[in-house]
Design a protein around this ligand. Structure first.
Ligand SMILES: [Zn+2]
Length: 127
């Protein structure tokens, strides 16, 4: 003789509703954690491109040994075509940008200066 028991409709409904309730709580909780994580990330990490002396530069940030972010991997682009420069020239419009070039350490200093002095325009921060 096997065990059988009947679950009243209200019981099934209750289980179903509490399951949905738990799902909502979990989703809300997850959302809160994501919000907190994004708030902790410094806003300047979204400042990854800017134009200096007619050249559009894009870069990344790396966390260095003393746990500070520093801009790195600067890549020069043609500001008109948004194309990576090839030996200082734009492969699309053939403009030569060699005389406007800045080296990485100079660019790093300019970017850090803009970050530290809060000179970043809202429009320069990617979302
Ligand atoms: Zn170009």
């Amino acid at each position: 003789m096997g065990w059988t028991f009947e679950i009243p409709i209200w019981g099934i409904t209750l289980i179903f509703l509490s399951g949905i309730g738990l799902l909502f709580i979990w989703a809300w909780f997850n959302n809160k954690i994501e919000e907190l994580n994004s708030e902790q990330e410094p806003k300047f990490l979204n400042y990854t491109e800017d134009e200096f002396d007619n050249i559009l530069y894009k870069w990344e940030y790396e966390l260095n040994y003393d746990d500070k972010y520093s801009p790195t991997n600067f890549t020069p682009f043609c500001p008109d075509d948004n194309c990576i420069l090839h030996y200082g020239k734009c492969p699309i419009c053939n403009r030569n940008f060699n005389r406007y070039f800045k080296d990485n350490s100079e660019l790093e200093k300019i970017v850090i200066h803009k970050i530290q002095n809060d000179l970043i325009e809202e429009s320069e921060i990617k979302n």
